[in-house]
Structures are given as C-alpha cells and as structure tokens.
Design a protein around this ligand. Sequence first.
Ligand SMILES: Cc1ncc(COP(=O)(O)O)c(C=O)c1O
Ligand SMILES: C[C@@H](O)[C@H](N)C(=O)O
Length: 353
Amino acid sequence: MNFMSDNVSGAAPEILAALGEASAAGPMPSYGADPVTARLHDRMTALFGTPVTVFPVATGTAANALALSALTPPYGAVYCHAEAHINVDECGAPEMFTDGAKLIPLPGAQGKLTPQGLADALARAPVGFVHAVQPAALSLTQATEAGTVYTPDEVAALCAVAKRHGLKVHMDGARFANAVASLGCDPAEVTWRAGVDVLSFGATKNGALAAEAVVFFDRALAESFGYRRKRAGHLFSKMRFLSAQLDACLADGLWLRLAGHANAMAQMLGAGLAALPGAALRAPVEANEVFVELPETVTEGLLERGFQFYRWDGAVVRLVTAWNTRAEDVAALVAAARELASGTPAGGSEKKA
Ligand SMILES: Cc1ncc(COP(=O)(O)O)c(C=O)c1O
Ligand SMILES: C[C@@H](O)[C@H](N)C(=O)O
C-alpha cells in the first residue's frame, strides 16, 4: 500500500474518458487553437468568476518556474517559504527560467509564511542598492508542503504586505484542489480576490495523467508567457490532450470530489496515527498529507510489512493520500501501526513471552 505521494496514483476514469473523446473528435488545430483549449478557458473564467488567461503545461515545476519568470526580472528576489517546492525540489528551474532571480527562503511554522515575517524580510531588503537583488515576487504554496492550508484571510494579509512593496504574487497550487476542498471556499476568494496574480493550478496529483495550468488573473503579466512557454518546450502541438485533462477536472466539480476524497482519507489516517502511544502530528492535517512523528519500532515495522511512505525528518514520516486511496488500506495501516505500537498482535492477545 503506497502512501509515498499523490504522484503515485493512476489517472481518474473520467479524465481518461475525456482523453478518448478528445482523440475521437478527429482533426483539430494544434498548439492550443483547438476547441478543447477554448472550452478550458471558458471553464476557468467561470470557475474564478473573472476573465483569466490559461496556459496548460505538463509539470508543476514548469508551471511554477515559468510563472515566476513572468513576475520577476533576472535581478529580482522571490520570497518563499524555506520548505517551498520551488526552493527545495525543482532543481534550480525557477532560477533558470527567471534568468537568475534569487529565491529568498523565509521561516514559518507548519509550512506557512506570516505577514510579519514577510514584512520584516522586505524591511531589510536594500531597495535601490545596485549590489543587491530587488524584491519582485512572493510565492505561496497552497496547500503547503507541510500539509496545511492558508485561509483566504491569511492569503489576503500576505498579499497586502507584498503589494505594499510592489511585489507580484504567485501561488503554487499543485494541491490547490485539496486546499479549496478543505476550505470549502470560492476559489476566487483564496486567489485573485485576495491579491494573487498568477496560479499554478495542479491537476496531475488530483487524477490527471500530466496536466497543470498556469492561470493569470493579472492578464497583462501573461503577455510574455506564450513565448516563455514555447522556448521552454512546453507548448504542446497536440494541446487538446493537456486541455482535455484539465477540462475534465473542472467539469461537474470533479476536481473537488477527487480532492475531497483524498482529504477525507488523510483525516482518517492522521486521526488513527495520532491516537497511537508515542505518536505526534507535526502539523494539523488540513489537506491530503500527514506528517507524524512515530516510534521507530512502528515506522520500521510498517516498512517491513510493505507499507510505503517517506521517512521525512528525523522520526517524522510523511504519508500522502490520493483521489483513489482506499479506506480499507488506510484502516490496514492504522491497525498495523496500532499493533506495532502496543506490541500486541492483531486480535488483542498479548504476545507470548
Ligand atoms: C508543492 C508542490 N509543488 C509543485 C509540485 C510539482 O512538481 P512536479 O514538477 O513534480 O510536477 C509538487 C510535486 O509534485 C509539489 O509537491
Ligand atoms: C517530493 C515532492 O517533490 C513531490 N512533489 C511530492 O510531494 O511527492
């Protein structure tokens, strides 16, 4: 049973069906001039309740790094959380695609930046000093790399600080669906209405095969993006097949149903593990990731029994649920962990000496 990542899941049948329909529709214009991509634009505009410019790409790293390249000059500073994916897991792609902008990692409990922390960092920035990078952008991850979620008010407060200093705001939404499903809010509330300029809208982790969308709310910032995407090799000639995945996600609210299931499984998993003697959640389970400190005997025993997950930080392990995680698999892991924690074999009888 694999809880390594939501990236280990297959594709949702509704999305596979949409790909089949897109293929069966016969010849279509290429490079994004197709009707499926046009429909995706309309759906995204309707979803966010404002005109947007949408660019499908194939990976979250491409979405993030290319989005940032439209927000900062090469001599810019991009403020992000120290644990941000753009800072620790994208192999320098943001630095490359921005032609050298510098990521400024900031601390924050439970994976979240704070307005005060951002304000303090910006107050220290040597604006106008030719020897220093210049504040240009803020990047927030929603849901965060710690499995937590920013509320709309928290996003708005951070964006207010950013805007006071002339920064543009990017949101890494690789798990945006999980965040919105958790918040139960209007997607606009936690994005453009709060001050976000561009969103990496993730679908890969949420049932797509490989599809992410760079969604510009500040459409003036989108003007250069088409060229940036092409020269990065992410302008798909058969764009309909990226767009069909994203369009299917948005159709009939599929994206929120799939993410809601993943979140529910994480709640079940987090509650079960947190109840074990010697276990402690590192952060509240607000999306589809569980970060929990477990006794080594439990971690070792679970791995030996074939449960797959990451050892994350010391005694803390990370378990991630997905759109198709089965409740029985969650129950099996919790039961095994309970047995290992108590040293009592399943069925409750004490081990014979
Ligand atoms: C927070 C976050 N952002 C972005 C990504 C996108 O990464 P990838 O380029 O692997 O699709 C991931 C991982 O999948 C992630 O966990
Ligand atoms: C590890 C990280 O790069 C990946 N995005 C994951 O969450 O599984």
